[in-house]
Design a protein around this ligand. Structure first.
Ligand code: PLP
Length: 419
């Protein structure tokens, strides 16, 4: 039945698009005939002519009151970045030269230690894969072709058990074996001639027994490179250079989270020769493990621009505007008996104004997760974090005015389930 429904919607959507294309096509044909454009450029469909291109495909768009999450499209790219991407789309360029030039420009924008550089990757996850590939292969052309077969290379990556996450799949993709440890003594025992690196999952710092600085000391004492995954750990901006200055050798950030560059970008920051070797292991270079991790010229320049705007932004003003949006929600809902709020900010990952809405179980016939599901089913869909004990919201991706839609939707859902 669900399948039939989908097909039927698709069919109706198809009709609408087809009807649009008859007129759109004629208009475009006239425009093409009148302009000295390239032959063959005549537009033949009407797609993309409405304001909601997702609706044209029969999809429901989302009001994101939760977080920058890849499953719902990450963040909204900055308009300044889009403008630069359009310009970037008008020329060809040698991609390795572009990577070097963009990396140089970005490293001048950050307060990195001497000898550190930057490359643009296709996301933080790609930064992890390409960074580990660099650690394992160095600049050896034979190893670069051979990986993930690690014959002749080091092959083990040490990580604290509490730091294991879905992101270590990117480490394992290189062929490296994960070695779990818990204590400093475990680390000393685990280090051997096969040890390639020591991984630190930044947001897990509070959960592991070995803290950031001690992890670095253990690694430096044994002359083992360190990798830090800090994908979602800006703001504050200073994190972009803080960890490099602490002594981490490679650090991965997402470009499509709070920086609001293209979704498909990230920064790999680290020791100059390591980031260079990461580049040798990725697109545009062929016969490499990172060839699927392609960053387009437009995306590279889009990230550069987004980062420039992000770094110039007054973080206090941004935080105040987001807090104000969240307080609009609080004001509307605190009249409902049984609803209370806290404002706990996550210390490392997603460090920006946050709101937790708690529901007294004695006063509601629904759980927070039921309310979240109800909002998600609306059109447009509203996404909030729906944990077991509270509804979690932030305004990092909430467009101006959307806070009122969220507040109204929550108010009706809560009132409907009040006992
Ligand atoms: C988002 C995230 C990633 C992946 O980042 P992308 O830029 O989407 O590839 C990796 N690690 C952590 C901790 C993240 O939050």
């Amino acid at each position: 039945m669900a399948r039939f429904g989908l097909n039927r919607r698709g069919f109706v959507g198809g009709l609408v698009t087809l009807a649009g294309s008859v007129f759109g096509g004629q208009r475009s044909f006239a425009a093409a005939a009148a302009s000295p454009g390239r032959p063959g450029n005549t537009k033949i469909t009407g797609f993309g002519e409405s304001d909601n291109v997702y609706a044209e495909l029969g999809l429901t768009t989302i009001i994101n009151a939760h977080l920058t999450e890849t499953v719902i499209g990450g963040s909204l790219i900055r308009p300044e970045a889009i403008a630069v991407m359009e310009k970037a789309a008008k020329h060809f360029v040698v991609m390795m030269d572009l990577e070097a030039a963009v990396g140089k420009r970005i490293s001048e924008m950050l307060k990195l230690p001497q000898g550190y550089g930057v490359i643009v990757t296709s996301g933080a996850a790609a930064g992890i894969l390409n960074g580990y590939a660099a650690i394992l292969t160095g600049n050896d052309p034979k190893f670069i072709k051979q990986i993930p077969d690690l014959t002749g290379m080091k092959s083990e990556v040490i990580i604290q058990r509490a730091h294991r996450s879905e992101w270590d799949h990117q480490i394992r993709t290189t062929g490296a074996k994960i070695i779990e440890v818990e204590t400093a003594e475990d680390v000393q025992k685990a280090i051997n001639e096969r040890t390639a690196a020591m991984h630190f999952q930044n947001f897990s710092d509070p959960d592991g027994q070995i803290k950031r600085a001690d992890w670095l000391k253990l690694a430096h004492d044994a002359n083992v490179p360190t990798f830090l995954d800090a994908a979602a750990d800006v703001p504050p901006k200073s994190r972009l250079w803080e960890y490099a200055n602490m002594g981490f050798d490679l650090i991965a950030f997402s470009g499509g989270k709070a920086i609001r560059g293209p979704q498909t970008t990230g920064l790999l920051i680290g020791r100059q020769e390591m980031v260079h070797n990461a580049l040798l292991n990725m697109s545009p270079n062929e016969d490499t493990i990172g060839r699927p991790n392609k960053v387009g010229k437009e995306e590279m320049l889009g990230l550069l621009k987004a980062l420039e705007v992000y770094l110039a932004e007054d973080q206090d003003l941004v935080d105040k505007a987001q807090s104000k949006q969240l307080e609009t929600i609080v004001t509307k809902l605190s009249k409902i008996p049984g609803v209370t709020f806290t404002r706990e900010v996550s210390p490392i990952k997603n460090h920006f104004p946050s709101l937790q809405m708690h529901m007294d179980p004695a006063r509601f016939s629904a759980k927070p997760s039921d309310i979240a599901a109800q909002l998600a089913a609306m059109k447009p869909s509203i996404i909030v974090g729906g944990g077991t004990s509270a509804i979690e919201m932030t305004a990092i991706d909430l467009q101006p005015g959307e806070e009122r839609i969220v507040a109204d939707a929550l108010a009706s859902a809560l009132t409907a389930h009040s006992i």
